[in-house]
Design a protein around this ligand. Structure first.
Ligand code: AOF
Ligand code: ZN
Length: 355
């Protein structure tokens, strides 16, 4: 039954994914005599951890129970006290967890502490859980956000037809799916040209999900004009990233708008750690070609989500996913691929770097 309860803990974590940043989403289940006594997920950063909430719900009955957690319980004092203390105080007999918390402050110390308190500890690894926590581990170890590039393209790799009139290459199922993916991210990143030409809102429009990822625009010369900007038509934070030399006058105009911040930056390698420091640990780059190319050639795309429509487009003046220098195949990298998903003909491929 261990797998069953651990899977339940993982599904609790999935349920609250995207809402705990910069913390990971974690689920916990308290079980005794094959009865579920309590279950909880970590609601948000700064609030109690999943284990603490589940044990609190179980109360005195948690004595001699088994605690199932999607992630190794923490052993450090952060914004909240160590979970291992609460686990010991509750008289928990056994802890089963899936992934080791690779946060350097924990990284195995949680399970070590539990064992030295006389608690039986078992780890059951699950590939899905490892994938689930990869962005968190990645961002905390590299001190920069995990970067997903979301690309909607034709089967011959075209992201933007020359006329730019046909904005939606993929179908409506795919568009709905993108909103769901956005809801799991802390920010969406696009270039200024995409905002000017496509007039997007870049918000999450999924019924029942209230999430407002920051809308980041890379606009080195501050071309965007607050007097005519589609992003201001909806309510979610906007962060405009521009060069040191961009117009002060434009910046002043932008500063008068609600929900807008301006960040001056020198290059992408300094921008990403700055975003992480602002609590953005998972970001989704949505184009256009210049922005994909910038992130790709500097090696910052950790995962591609390719949404491929079953269409082929002819012509010379369209845009491919990536620009950049001529490469030979031997210089390219082979990614790991999840089993492709199909949404009414569109194919979603997730390519991840080998880490
Ligand atoms: C757990 N259970 O539910 C979560 C954990 O500042 P704090 O106290 O909230 O600690 C944050 C760190 O705790 C976070 O970076 C990660 O290592 C771990 N998250 N651990 O035992 C939880 N969310
Ligand atoms: Zn904890």
């Amino acid at each position: 039954m261990d797998h069953y309860y651990l899977n339940l803990a993982y599904h609790l974590a999935l349920q609250n994914a995207g809402k705990t940043s910069p913390n990971p989403s974690v689920g916990a289940v308290v079980v005794k005599d094959n009865q579920i006594l309590a279950a909880a997920f970590h609601p948000a950063a700064g609030e109690p951890h999943a284990e603490v909430l589940a044990l609190r719900k179980a109360g005195a009955a948690a004595k001699d129970a088994t605690l199932y957690c999607s992630l190794e319980p923490c052993s450090h004092q952060g914004k909240t006290p160590p979970c291992v203390n609460a686990i010991k105080e509750a008289g928990t007999k056994r802890v089963v967890f899936s992934a080791i918390d690779r946060n350097p402050l924990v990284n195995g110390l949680g399970q070590q502490q539990l064992k030295s308190d006389g608690i039986v500890v078992d780890q059951i690894e699950m590939p899905a859980v490892n994938h689930f926590y990869a962005p968190f581990f990645h961002s905390i170890l590299k001190q920069r956000p995990y970067v997903i590039a979301k690309v909607g393209a034709t089967a011959n790799g075209i992201i933007s037809p020359a006329d730019r009139n046909s904005r939606w290459i993929t179908n409506e199922w795919s568009l709905a799916w993108v909103h769901h993916l956005r809801a799991q991210c802390d920010a969406v990143v696009v270039g200024a040209d995409t905002v000017i030409l496509d007039r997007p809102h870049l918000t999450v429009r999924t019924p029942g999900i209230i999430r407002k990822p920051t809308r980041i625009v890379l606009d080195s010369r501050l071309k965007l004009n607050p007097e005519d900007c589609s992003l201001l038509e909806s309510d979610a934070p906007i962060l405009i990233c521009c060069a040191e030399t961009a117009s002060q006058e434009r910046e002043r105009l932008w500063r008068e708008c609600k929900n807008v911040e301006i960040l001056r930056f020198q290059g992408i390698s300094t921008l990403l750690p700055a975003l992480f420091k602002r609590g953005l640990s998972k970001i989704m780059v949505e184009g256009g070609q210049k922005i994909f190319t910038l992130f790709h050639t500097s090696g910052y795309i950790d995962e591609y989500v390719l949404m491929i429509a079953p269409r082929l487009l002819t012509g010379k003046h369209f845009l491919n996913i990536l620009g950049g220098p001529e490469q030979s195949l031997s210089e390219t990298q082979r990614y790991q691929v999840d089993p492709p998903q199909e949404l009414d003909g569109d194919v979603i491929m997730r390519l991840r770097k080998n880490v």
